[in-house]
Structure formats: C-alpha cells, structure tokens
Write a protein that binds this ligand. Structure first.
Ligand SMILES: [Cu+2]
Length: 139
C-alpha cells in the first residue's frame, strides 16, 4: 500500500520538475534532462505529402534585436514550420521540442525547416541575443 502512495508522490514530483524546466527555458537545462528514452518519435516516413502548407515565419535578426519577439504562432503536429531568417550576423535558433533541435544560420537569408511531433508550446530561441523568437503553439 505504501508503494502506491510513493508512486503517486513520485509522479507529482516529476510533473513539477517538468513544469519547472519548461518555465525556466533553456538557461537551466544543464545536464540532468538526458533520460528521455521514450521520446524519440523519429520521422515516420519519407511520405509523399511534401506539399503540405505548414507554417511560415519571417525572422529578422539585427544584432541583438530579433523579430518577432516571443509571439505565439500556431502550428500543426507533423507539419513543417518554415523559418525564413534574414540576419546581419550568424547565429543559431534553438527549438525547444523533444528532442531539441538546433538550427544554425549564417549571415544573410536562410530558410530553415522544423517539424514538431508532439502537441504543446515549443519555444524557439536565439542564443546569441538570448531571446525567445516565437512560441509555437503545436496542436
Ligand atoms: Cu534554448
């Protein structure tokens, strides 16, 4: 019986930890979170549905100023999200999906594409400027 109580307590703790990580963003994700063995829902196939519209977001980078600035953008599970980056410096967009995706971009105009396999809010950050560019609202 006490095992049941323990399990419930452990689960609550896990939920709290997960929520804390989500709220804290990337700055606190040093180590620890590496044991997500069940999360690797890889690309299911090179299916023929290349023509799905998905979502396109124009991103402008001027030094430490990045536009948009934390705006919510709706996206669909499994649909491509295209980020058209126009930058005056090289940098990297960090997509806080599971697993995380890092998309480096050079100075100039670059088209990046990401796909999120799970519903939820996914932060897209620029680590040079240290800002949230968009929050993908994936459903
Ligand atoms: Cu990040």
């Amino acid at each position: 019986m006490s095992t049941t109580v323990l399990n419930a307590r452990t689960r609550t703790a896990a939920v709290l930890v997960t929520t804390g990580l989500l709220l804290a963003g990337c700055s606190s994700s040093n180590g620890t979170a590496s044991s997500t063995g069940s999360a690797s829902a890889g690309p299911s196939a090179g299916s023929s549905a290349t023509s799905r519209p998905g979502t396109t977001i124009a991103v402008t980078v001027r030094g430490n100023t990045v536009t948009p600035n934390g705006e919510r953008v709706k996206a669909s599970v499994g649909d491509p999200v295209t980020l058209v980056v126009d930058a005056d410096r090289a940098g990297e967009l960090h997509v806080h999906s599971t697993p995380e995706q890092e998309l480096a971009y050079p100075k100039g105009r670059t088209t990046l594409r990401v796909t999120v396999d799970k519903p939820g809010i996914v932060d897209v950050e620029d680590h040079v400027a240290d800002v949230v560019v968009v929050q993908l609202e994936v459903s």
